[in-house]
Design a protein around this ligand. Structure first.
Ligand code: G6P
Length: 611
């Protein structure tokens, strides 16, 4: 949600910032803006729309100098407009600020400002914050840094901010509470950004700002302080591990298509060094020391949002089946506010691609407060969730840029299998149960390549259904979460309304919607085959159009279906990985055919750092 870039150094700040904002655009694309600063003052350009629009709005000779901040917005308070675009300024024009998050006590602060004849011009909570900083600066006569610190001690809510002050044009201040920010440490130059993608081109050295920290950055030095206590915090410099090519499209039309096609490689990466094919053993260094504690737990809760929640649902089936312990899946946004029975005998697993989702992060904090052991399944290395959990497993899918998650989902399901295998081995589950999963895990990258090879066979199907208003996705058992994920992909990027349901539940409501205009996607595998065939008949009898994704070669299915896509058959714990891929491709090709913006679907953002 909202992308932030800041730069101070010898380069032209404008160039670093615009390039960086383009890399962060997956976080929001409602409006974009830039402020640069020299001894002559602050210069701001901002506009509704994407970063490319901002780029065209900037005059050739405008925004010179080596200090600046930029923002790409996902609107919370205030509609997307030129006026509400960041950066925002205070009434004196001395301060300019970009913000990711929500200032929850903005009405109180706004009233205080109004009482002092300072009136906000925009609809945003962010303007209130920068006005408040300007007000305190006048009132307290403190330095730039001390004023920002003081203001932040009064703020309730979540923020990642970067601020400039005309009185100190050689200083950038960045601060974080609840929204990610990191510093890039170059040679006499520094970067600030919401993630490392705007930085990697210039330096691999980064410093993560932790909750409640503020960085004061000048061309030749930086320091990080704790906002509450005003004490210097020593920080470790860490290294960015991925390569620049991984965050570029690499010849594909869209990041989403690239990421779908990467899945054979990402699954190979997820299992690399973790599965020993000679003795059929699984090793996960990030949780190894915690295995006994996990096995001793009374129950397991898995919490996540969006696509990661769908992977978690599959994960719950895997863990409950293999370990025979109760496993529950919760939306993080519900779990964090519900009265739960979590205690020291609970293991809470948090699943997140970005590692920054606000609700999931809050869910971990709550679980920790209640004494639970927390385990993260995360993609983004060094992200907040990865650092907040006691132990965890990285999915190693590499950067995922397309807003609709694809390769992270299949890697998350793979990791749940690995965790299930490791824990079951330690628990003494019969090798006859576990070895078939291991055998198929090792085959998986080749099988995914086969599925992807046939990927274009989905295109005629999208042509047949591009004008329908609704889709229904039905599956049983391990394929029910796949139905949910298939429906989510379609609605996210092609804006066709789609519902995922357990196939048998269709009779309790959705069947009323079925007529000759309703395509129904059935995901059919060996488990529950006869039952789902009956459900197919029920839809067919009512004129619905049948699309089948199956691991079965049964001729009978061909007779029932208007379209059939077959994927290789594997162990049922892994089968969702193969059945999901055609559904990702269905959504992708449908969106392309309908002329939708696949990588930046309307209203969505990849990293949801607000509630
Ligand atoms: C957003 C993204 C989804 C993602 C969800 C959870 O809604 O658009 O693709 O599944 O957030 O994100 P996380 O990073 O925690 O997996």
């Amino acid at each position: 949600m909202c992308g932030i870039v800041g730069y101070i150094g010898d380069k032209t700040a404008k160039e670093v910032i615009i390039k960086g904002l383009k890399r962060l655009e997956y976080r929001g694309y409602d409006s974009a803006g830039i402020s640069t600063i020299t001894s002559d003052g602050i210069n701001t350009t901002k506009t509704k729309g994407k970063v490319s629009k901002l780029e065209s709005a900037i005059q050739k000779d405008d925004h010179q100098g080596g200090v600046g901040i930029g923002h790409t917005r996902w609107a919370t308070h205030g509609a997307p407009s030129d006026k509400n675009a960041h950066p925002h300024s205070d009434a004196s024009g001395k301060f300019t600020l970009v913000h990711n998050g929500i200032i929850e006590n903005y009405t109180v602060l706004k009233q205080l400002l109004a009482d002092n004849q300072i009136h906000c011009e925009t609809d945003t909570d962010t303007e209130v914050l920068v006005q408040f900083i300007g007000y305190l600066y006048e009132r307290e006569k403190l330095s730039f840094a001390d004023t920002v610190r003081l203001a932040l001690t009064e703020v309730v809510g979540a923020y990642g901010i970067v601020v400039l002050c005309a009185d100190e044009p050689d200083t950038i201040i960045a601060a974080r509470l609840g929204s990610p920010l990191l510093l890039g440490i170059g040679e006499n130059e520094y970067f600030v950004a919401s993630d490392s993608s705007p930085i990697i081109e210039y330096t691999r050295n980064i410093v993560f700002l932790d909750e409640g920290e503020m960085a004061i950055i000048q061309p030749d030095l930086y320091k990080v302080i704790n906002i509450k206590e005003n004490l210097i915090v020593p920080k470790d410099v860490e290294e960015i591990k991925y390569n620049l090519e991984e965050i570029e499209k690499g010849g594909y039309d869209h990041f989403m298509l690239k990421e779908i096609n990467e899945q054979a490689v990402t699954i190979a990466e997820a299992i690399r060094g973790r599965v020993n094919a000679e003795n059929n053993q699984v090793m996960l260094g990030g949780i190894y020391d915690w295995v006994q504690q996990i096995l001793d737990a009374n129950h397991i809760i898995i919490t996540a949002c969006g696509t990661s929640w769908h992977a978690s649902l599959i994960g719950s089936y895997i863990l409950e089946e293999l370990l025979q312990v109760p496993v529950k899946v919760e939306y993080a946004s519900e779990f964090r506010y519900r009265e739960t029975a979590v205690n020291g005998d609970t293991v809470v697993i948090c699943v997140s691609q970005s590692g920054e989702t606000a609700d999931t992060l809050a869910a971990i904090k709550k679980a920790k407060e209640k004494g639970a052991l927390t385990l993260g399944i995360v993609n983004a290395v060094g992200s907040s969730i990865a650092r907040e959990t006691h132990c965890g497993v990285y999915i190693h899918a590499g950067p995922e840029i397309g807003v609709a998650s694809t390769k992270a989902f299949t890697a998350q399901v793979t990791i749940f299998n690995l965790i299930g295998l490791l824990l079951s081995e330690k628990k003494g589950v019969d090798a006859a149960v576990l070895n078939p999963i291991i055998t198929d895990l090792i085959r998986l990258p080749d099988l995914i390549t086969r599925v992807l090879h046939d990927g274009n066979s989905i295109i005629p199907l999208t042509e047949d259904f591009m004008n329908v208003g609704n889709f229904l996705y039905l599956g049983r058992g391990y394929q029910f979460p796949v139905a949910l994920e298939g429906a989510l992909k379609l609605k996210e990027i092609s804006y066709i309304h789609a519902e995922g349901y357990p196939a048998a539940e269709m009779k309790h409501g959705p069947i009323a919607l079925i007529d000759e205009d309703m395509p129904v996607v059935f995901i059919v595998t060996e488990k529950g085959y006869d039952k789902i065939v009956s459900n197919i008949q029920e839809v067919k009898a009512r004129g619905g159009k049948i699309i089948i994704i199956t691991s079965e070669t049964n001729k009978e299915l061909e007779n029932f279906s208007d379209h059939i896509i077959q994927v290789p058959k594997v162990n049922h714990c892994l089968q969702p990985i193969l059945t999901t891929i055609p559904l990702q491709l269905l959504a992708y090709h449908m969106a392309v055919l309908k002329g939708c913006d696949v990588d930046m679907p309307r209203n969505l953002a990849k990293s949801v750092t607000v509630e």
